[in-house]
Design a protein around this ligand. Sequence first.
Ligand code: PMP
Length: 393
Amino acid sequence: MRRYTSRMATPNLLMIPGPIGLTPEVLRALSEPQRGHLDPNFMQAFARVLKRLREVLGAPQAQPFVVAGSGTLAMEMAVANLVQPGERALVVNSGYFSDRIGAMLELHGAQVTHVRSEPGDFPSLDEVERALASGRFKLMTVTHVDTSTGVLAPVEALAKLARTHQALCVVDGVCSVGGEALEQDAWGIDVAFTASQKALGAPPGLAALLAGPRAMEAWKARTKPVAAMYLDFAQWLPIHQAYEAGTPSYFATPAVNLISALDVSLGQLLEETMPARVARHVRLAKAARAAWTALGLEPVTKREELTAHTLSAIRYPAGVDAALVKHVAAAGVNIAGGLHPALKASSFRVGHMGAVTPGALLETVGALERGLRAAGHRFEPGAGVAAVQRASM
Ligand code: PMP
């Protein structure tokens, strides 16, 4: 009973692939007195968020949109504004969230072609190029980090291919933006979208999308209206422009408190600087990989260069099943089970993005060791923890 009460008061260390733990400063921003959506202080925060997102994504030319909703809403905003019924779309498919955008494109009337690989692998650039050459595609989608497999896509090379074949390049950066290297303008990405609750370090509830000049042109050239008012750039563009110009405007009530929290987390992110933040994620991911190996565990990803730095997807060792996640929770750390239908019963996932420290990774690996022991897996106690120490000191 005592334990139950204390766990209610202090939740476990949150190491799932989003939402992630928040810094005290972000939490404080959430507990500020409520402001109105036209409060001058909030208007400045909103304008700063848009400016800061351009910096985080390396997209000075892009038009940012930040609306209340999750990553799925950002995905649907990209789809609804860019495709018209009958147009063709190519989905470079690396897992569950690539399937989702494919289904969404079909729902909005696109003719969808998938280039797929085994879960944990990624289609070759040759396969993608052949697919692009096989027809006139309005757009190509890439999931930068597929959260169901832990696979990191070679976005820069893919964006180049899309451009060569005159297809817009749309990147799902929900599990990458703020943690992985991503240079929207320099890499020629037309739309990148993300959500607040992952490597950007804010609570869930905000969808963010940055549309580059070619994407905005494609939207302007539509012959049919966008069939969803809440998703339509036409509704949101004047509002976002007004906030940046410091003039009040209204279409639908913005998520005032979440935007204020995102302003703080983006400020912290840019203070760290994106290059330093990406380097830290790479270091932590390497330390995490060293721990999995030391504990006799195998990643889902087939090759190291395909492995994301924001999360790890790991196979259960022989004799261990999804009960492991509960054993690790009992040791004080929340990790996630499998998500991809083909991997659900055979893998689990650990998030290591945002303000995560080597100390948090040590705690996670320590709890994982306890969970593995409770699940009957044999290994040298402390081997994972020692591997993190060696790799991160
Ligand atoms: N794309 C990716 C790559 C994701 O990881 C997620 C969420 N895990 C989504 C899209 C959907 O985001 P949300 O759950 O915020 O709707």
